[in-house]
Write a protein that binds this ligand. Structure first.
Ligand code: FES
Length: 128
């Protein structure tokens, strides 16, 4: 059952078609790749953190419409945030803010980017 309204669905489609912050930062302070084990899709995030604040963030990768739209939306939201604030974003609050009902499988798609950013906030990053 879809309990979202058309405005929210339009927002997801818009972010999927025109992803914000798509690309890669040269010489980022942090970078991480997060995989969805269910489908094998992966998103790669590069982040510049200065004075504990997210100055810039970009992502690239391959994923479904939900994962790509969620990454676009999340990167917009966290830009300028203190890194510890990212750790406090609750999964259920982020999912609700997307405005569409997602079953458990699609929720994993939507949470891919949040999981990645929480790992960065916790000090985890790709080996280089
Ligand atoms: Fe792969 Fe959604 S189906 S991330």
């Amino acid at each position: 059952m879809n309990v979202g309204n058309e405005g929210f669905e339009e927002m997801i489609l818009d972010h999927y078609r025109n992803p914000r912050n798509y690309g890669r930062i040269e010489h980022p302070t942090s970078a991480i790749t997060e995989y969805n084990p269910v489908c094998g899709d992966a998103l790669h995030f590069t982040v510049n953190i200065r004075n504990s604040r997210i100055e810039d963030i970009k992502f690239i990768g391959r994923g479904c419409s939900v994962s790509m739209a969620a990454a676009s939306i999340l990167t917009e939201r966290v830009k300028g945030m203190e890194i510890h604030e990212v750790e406090q974003i609750r999964e259920e609050v982020f999912l609700k803010s997307l405005g569409i009902y997602l079953g458990p499988v699609r929720e994993k798609c939507a949470l891919l980017s949040l999981n990645a950013l929480k790992k960065i906030a916790g000090g985890k990053r790709d080996e280089s």
